[in-house]
Design a protein around this ligand. Sequence first.
Ligand SMILES: *[C@@H]1O[C@H](CO)[C@@H](O)[C@H](O)[C@H]1NC(C)=O
Ligand SMILES: *[C@@H]1O[C@H](CO)[C@@H](O)[C@H](O)[C@H]1NC(C)=O
Length: 286
Amino acid sequence: MIGVLLLLFLLPFLLYIAAPQIRKMLSSGVCTSTVQLPGKVAVVTGANTGIGKETAKELAQRGARVYLACRDVQKGELVAREIQIMTGNQQVLVRKLDLADTKSIRAFAKGFLAEEKHLHILINNAGVMMCPYSKTADGFEMHIGVNHLGHFLLTHLLLEKLKESAPSRVVNVSSLAHHLGRIHFHNLQGSGVTTYSVHPGTVNSELVRHSYLMRWIWWLFSFFIKTSQQGAQTSLYCALTEGLEVLNGNHFSDCHVAWVSAQARNETVARRLWDVSCDLLGIPVD
Ligand SMILES: *[C@@H]1O[C@H](CO)[C@@H](O)[C@H](O)[C@H]1NC(C)=O
Ligand SMILES: *[C@@H]1O[C@H](CO)[C@@H](O)[C@H](O)[C@H]1NC(C)=O
């Protein structure tokens, strides 16, 4: 009994002491590319917090003009200011994008295409997880609507610009739907646009904000899970690493190619998801 109690008291203490070591082990993937991005244009969705913010900051640090595509423009402006001050790069811009509303996605794309000649890096980063059942403005279930369909439409609308700006890259941050949608991107082979999907690891971000239980578990383990900056490494790796084009279409974790489920590699399933997505969004199937 006393032993158990002692252990219960000691355990958090030991964990606390070991935390830096464990965190270091978990953050094995680091983007070591030294590529600089003057003259390059990047769009990061969900960039006002967590991994998206860290990703945007690093791209700005390397000299890119970075668009923070955010639902909450006011929050976005604060983050943009912060990044400008930290990096000395004034070309950090905020544009309104609500991925739960196809009208907003179309408006964002229209505005962007009108004001920018190029798009070299698109980071599909925004995501919702475990939010209460709700629907997007277009009546899609929220997770599918934002994580998959929203980015699917956004990518579709920006694709011509990406092709014109080749070599260019699309990076999808972890969502099962992205893995499923990946295979048919080979339609683009030869276009100079390459695409990667990323599992950022277990990251302390606002993604868990909708679930009390998850928040609690997160808090408990917060010593061990990656910081947002560590979580951004694989996205940056995929966006920046020279010569990564040969791994077009792959899934990455900790800055390495990672295994995906048979389901995710199944051409039939991928094709069906692709067709259904086009159908739901009113995009002509290619
Ligand atoms: C990334 O997402 C876009 C939009 O859904 C999709 O077209 C592309 O195939 C995805 N790429 C990967 C590697 O999953
Ligand atoms: C792909 O999925 C379909 C439908 O679920 C299934 O019938 C088929 O056997 C799968 N193919 C492979 C190669 O796993």
